[in-house]
Write a protein that binds this ligand. Sequence first.
Ligand SMILES: NC(=O)c1ccc[n+]([C@@H]2O[C@H](COP(=O)([O-])OP(=O)(O)OC[C@H]3O[C@@H](n4cnc5c(N)ncnc54)[C@H](OP(=O)(O)O)[C@@H]3O)[C@@H](O)[C@H]2O)c1
Length: 260
Amino acid sequence: MKKTALITGAAGGIGKEFAKIHAQKGGDIVGVDLNLAGLKTLKTELESQYGVTVYIIEKNLTDLNAPKEIYDELKTRQININYLINNAGFGGVGDFHKRSWEQDLAMIQVDVIALTALTKFFLPDFVERNEGRILNVSSTVSLIPGPGQAVYFASKAFVTSLTRSIYGELNNSNASITALLPGATQTGFGDHSGMNKTAIYKKPANAADVAKDGYEAMLKGELEVISGIPFSQRVELAVAPLLPKKALVERIRKTQEIKE
Ligand SMILES: NC(=O)c1ccc[n+]([C@@H]2O[C@H](COP(=O)([O-])OP(=O)(O)OC[C@H]3O[C@@H](n4cnc5c(N)ncnc54)[C@H](OP(=O)(O)O)[C@@H]3O)[C@@H](O)[C@H]2O)c1
């Protein structure tokens, strides 16, 4: 049966790659983004190439009411969602005491609140129908502290923790929730956040490969998948919790320094 995927941040980057993968499989898409021009391009491209339907919803997810409005709009239009891909998110470099409250609040609203609210609204329907998949796009940075990007790393730590906990609550259900933890990935994200000038952004992964890893893990109902980092970085992440905390924080601080 045809599956419909709701994808936030679908107009560009990893979100657009999710949309392409899903359309290739013949699935319809609800693309949510604040970038209306990007959504329209996505609709034209995917509908003509794959014969699927792409519904577009222009929303700024910094708006606290946006997730409920999206859920209600889809109910009213009787568009049934099978996959929820909480992808929209952004970061921002700079020490916590130097960044403005407005910048950090917007980040928390998109990366944490909107993702949590959409999960809150859609998951009960998925559990009731005993089907449905959620993919939450977190980050490898969710596993470590982030001096120089405190709110971004903490937001993604929330996403990974929330996803793991809900996964544990879905033992007896065919509904599932999965976290995708990408490393640095080639999208507009590096430029927007300023992260492309840091050492961790040296060799970004391909966005299509990262999306494929996440999409496949979501279909299998896996707990989480790390994507787009070399083996050496996987080892570093695995041993990070065992290191003395001060040494770990200092080490990460160095990787966050801006290279002009
Ligand atoms: N790229 C990486 O290195 C990397 C690594 C780990 C995790 N991630 C995560 O991957 C996810 C996707 O990021 P990406 O790399 O694909 O970034 P991207 O290229 O910047 O794409 C993000 C998309 O989300 C949209 N968006 C941003 N703020 C929004 C808002 N307030 N309301 C609605 N839509 C909004 C953007 O629209 P505009 O284009 O108009 O801003 C854009 O279309 C994010 O959650 C990010 O944290 C990325």
